[in-house]
Design a protein around this ligand. Sequence first.
Ligand SMILES: NC(=O)C1=CN([C@@H]2O[C@H](COP(=O)(O)OP(=O)(O)OC[C@H]3O[C@@H](n4cnc5c(N)ncnc54)[C@H](O)[C@@H]3O)[C@@H](O)[C@H]2O)C=CC1
Ligand SMILES: C[N+](C)(C)CC(=O)CC(=O)[O-]
Length: 492
Amino acid sequence: MTGVRKAAIIGGGVIGGGWAARFALNGWEVRVFDPDPEAERKIGEVLANARRALPGLGNVALPEEGPIRFCDSLAEAVEGVTWVQESVPERLDLKHRIYGHLMAVLPEGALVGSSTSGFKPSELQEGQARAGAIMVAHPFNPVYLLPLVELVSSGASAPEDIVRAQEILRDIGMYPLHIKAEIDAHIADRLLEAVWREALWLVKDGVATTEEIDEAIRMGFGLRWAQMGLFETYRIAGGEAGMAHFIAQFGPCLEWPWTKLMDVPELTDELIEKIAAQSDAQSGAHSIRELERIRDTNLVGIMRRLRWEDWGAGKVIREGDAAREADAGLVRHVDDVKDLSKPVLTQSRAVPLEWLDYNGHMTESRYLEAFADATDRLMEMIGCDLAYIEAGGSYFTAETHIRHLDEAKAGERFDIRTQVLVGEGKKLHLYHEMWAGERLCATGEHFLLHVDLKTRRSAPPAPELEVALGKLARAHAALPRPEAAGKVGRLS
Ligand SMILES: NC(=O)C1=CN([C@@H]2O[C@H](COP(=O)(O)OP(=O)(O)OC[C@H]3O[C@@H](n4cnc5c(N)ncnc54)[C@H](O)[C@@H]3O)[C@@H](O)[C@H]2O)C=CC1
Ligand SMILES: C[N+](C)(C)CC(=O)CC(=O)[O-]
């Protein structure tokens, strides 16, 4: 994205704090306006959780974190920004009042996204100067991890502004789903409201506790929804005959009294106390921040698996990785390496949450994963890419020696630089160094053999691969041989 990367967050509560973290961790300069004297502390805590979870979500480092400044006035907060995210409480009169002040100081060309869960953009725009600048940008908690943002526009917004809004939201790793029809609660909250109503009835009627309802979701259909949604899941449930058969079988149930959807349980004090007491019994052993960390760890695990599969939310993470590669200094071919006289950058990323162990640092098996990814990148750089492998040539690793020299923590950025010790004929001998800033955390020495995938035996590489590898190997031959190369180290 080109242009100024500076955003104002108006209202820094649960959602505004998540937005502040997402913008800052994606390199944006952030200004926050919130009269709550506790806002800075609260955002600091959200930011700490976000720093632990977000940087390691993808496989390519995020840009350097942008600064967050807390401002005393709306005017100060929006000075020079291109995006304003309003996240004040869900009251139309309050949002209107804020827009009234905002429009007087909003920089030319800046856009305003509202986090509103339910108001339509034309309701937000009523009576506002520059109404078209206001759109709904409805996120999902935790805003710093979940990609969906429902971007709802009214006819008042210029098409080019809608495109610009999408570009900005993509720049911070989000998936802007543009909804052209204005309805109360957009798409997702309309669906969530249906489930929420049913759950309230189930508790009120004494059918189930809050915990039993959560088990009914997280042990079953919740897991399906995370990766296939509703329609794709039910298509499979129709068996080989697919969706039409599913509807033929379950369509009649729609006439049966399966749902209480149109009735709303009255939120009496008694019902609220019942729900709150059950929720305390279910989850009260953990603080909210602890629950957030448990949630984030689980989400990162699920989303990184989806990234591996290039599926659903994982596709968005992959696209973000691809967009950041060049800025992180990563290249895909040896011809694009600027300086061949140094070990080449083969990884630039952060420690994912799922890589931690009981000692609170990156676990040993993940060092092999990180170095294996570095080897894969180097193979790709010399032309051993997927097309080459499909054509029948590849490398097999024959020997590995890893040294663990320093700790790496959740969310911590690291780079791997790779030196080719031998790159000749069938032989590929690599030496990786993993650096977290100035600290050398680990080294990995790997010996690989080029193979013919049909015979599964070692064989010489294709000539063009040999040329690319030779270029790197000749340049690295001038580098000093790493002291630890070829040694057993502390065991000896
Ligand atoms: N909590 C949730 O799960 C979600 C909420 N939303 C939406 O996000 C918006 C904010 O909700 P939450 O963050 O949950 O509320 P919240 O109550 O946690 O935060 C609201 C913040 O706005 C601040 N505020 C109040 N008046 C202000 C003013 N005049 N100027 C600047 N700041 C002011 C408050 O001090 C508070 O920090 C709402 O529109 C809500 O519908 C959207 C997605 C999910
Ligand atoms: C409960 N809620 C309506 C505020 C929920 C949302 O708007 C989105 C979410 O994060 O679930």
